[in-house]
Design a protein around this ligand. Structure first.
Ligand code: ADE
Ligand code: ZN
Length: 343
């Protein structure tokens, strides 16, 4: 109705700072739409568990009913089995850029999980070169700049993550991959467990470091991420909001949180809705953040849907949106020249 039309029109009101400009928290495997999934099932003749995958409609319904992060991850990790050759990875990254071009996006920093692919026999070259091909084609078609960030997965042994980081070094040297993150299951996985992996990434000169932290885990784990591991971008960081002193410290350090409001609703972090997000508290405390989609094919929305949901929940004024956009540009891992263009 009226409210939706109003909110959809709102982004056009920001002169040359039209949100959303930047996305910093998108798992490319999480942009695998059910339609593409079923298409690739046919292409490769692979068999998926029929209890999980019957029809597109049933799958979409299941995606509306995740109990928690691990319940989602079971689907996220299974669907990837259809990504096999370079053209699959290229089609996936291109489809994401094509979709968000319609939302007005200008710059994307994109996660991928190398272990999830190499662990089922897909060569790392196939993954990275495929993703890069799709992103280059998308940049030419839509003018969206993008970067790749590898994530190690917290559910596998630290030794596996160390191998994955070492194996990525040539792609870091070539500039194809610009950083290290960490994702997957947070329960029973405190950040301190992964200190050695971040040390190795520093030794190997990974230019940028981030970590999923405080999505389901407590504020103290965000503390560990920032204070003990020295990581100054935190993906989600949601539960930092439970500790007001920590928020003051994050503001002082310019720690950047990549929030994912619709993801939080689907994964029962904010089961009642986006209005339970701590965004107003973060603004009040001066903690910098961006708004992101996380896994748009699973959580009911791409980047602009997330912006619209935040506006529907909080009704921010133009000055607040301008500040959010400015912080998002400042917090991006792109060149100073590109930031100038985004302003
Ligand atoms: N992998 C993909 N999406 C994720 C999320 N929101 N948290 C942890 N791991 C993920
Ligand atoms: Zn994520």
């Amino acid at each position: 109705g009226h409210a939706v039309d109003f909110l959809r029109a709102l982004p056009k009101a920001f002169e040359n700072r039209v949100p959303p400009q930047c996305e910093h928290h998108i798992h490319i495997e999480g942009s695998l739409e059910p339609a593409m999934l079923f298409k690739l099932v046919e292409k490769h003749g692979v068999t998926l568990d029929p209890a999980m995958y019957s029809t597109i409609e049933a799958l979409e319904e299941r995606y509306r009913n995740f109990a928690n992060l691990d319940d989602f991850l079971a689907y996220f990790n299974k669907a990837m089995d259809v990504l096999i050759d370079e053209s699959d990875f290229a089609a996936l990254s291109y489809a994401y850029l094509e979709r968000v071009a319609g939302d007005g996006l200008k710059h994307a920093e994109i996660f991928f999980d190398p272990q999830a692919h190499t662990g089922r026999g897909i060569a790392l070259d196939v993954v990275v070169n495929g993703l890069k091909k799709g992103l280059k084609k998308g940049q030419t078609a839509f003018g969206i700049t993008s970067e790749l960030i590898m994530c190690f997965v917290k559910h596998l042994p630290v030794s596996s993550a160390l191998d994955a980081v070492r194996e990525m070094q040539p792609f870091v040297e070539s500039g194809d991959v610009i950083g290290l993150g960490a994702d997957s299951s947070e329960v029973n996985n405190p950040p301190s467990k992964f200190a050695e992996i971040y040390s190795l990434a520093r030794e190997l000169s990974f230019p940028n470091l981030t970590m999923h932290s405080g999505e389901e885990g407590p504020a103290d784990w965000v503390r560990q991420t920032v204070f003990d591991l020295g990581v100054n971008r935190v993906d989600h960081g949601f539960h930092a909001a439970d500790d007001l002193e920590l928020l003051d410290e994050l503001a002082r350090r310019d720690t950047f949180l990549t929030l994912c409001p619709l993801s939080n609703v689907r994964l029962q972090v904010t089961p009642e809705g986006v209005h339970q997000s701590p965004i107003p508290l973060l603004l009040g405390k001066g903690v910098k953040f961006s708004i992101n989609s996380d896994d748009p094919a699973y959580f009911g929305g791409y980047i602009l849907d997330n912006y619209v949901a935040v506006q529907a929940a909080f009704g921010f004024d133009k000055a607040t949106w301008r500040r959010i956009c400015q912080n998002g540009i400042d917090g991006s891992w792109c060149s100073a020249e590109r930031k100038q263009e985004l302003f």
